[in-house]
Design a protein around this ligand. Sequence first.
Ligand code: SF4
Length: 126
Amino acid sequence: MSLVRKDGYDFAFNPKGCETCEGNCCIGESGNIWVNKQEIENLKNHLNISLEELSKSYIEKRGYRYSIKERKLAEDNFACIFFDLEKKQCGIYEARPTQCRTFPFWDYFKKNKEEVIKECPAIKEF
Ligand code: SF4
């Protein structure tokens, strides 16, 4: 796979970098993994479970939005509930939400490039 670039970002993403990464974008400090109505529907279908089951085990309300739950691994270290800790990869890859699909091209990283460089071995600086 070739280098992924996006207008407005002075870094690129090399998908091959994921092979050597232990899931830094799915593990770390606690954060929000937002899912919208359509993504909740996709998740429900992907997992073949009811909305009640999904709400009980995998997502939670944060303010007026919904986030995928996290699992606490250690003090200040959390993993997305869907991250497969043995295989070191997303357990719902085809149904992952937009937030995960668009990483590392988040507005936040336009001004905080150092943070994503530290976290993600797949980033290539121009
Ligand atoms: S849904 Fe998948 S890609 Fe997104 S944070 Fe969870 S494990 Fe990572």
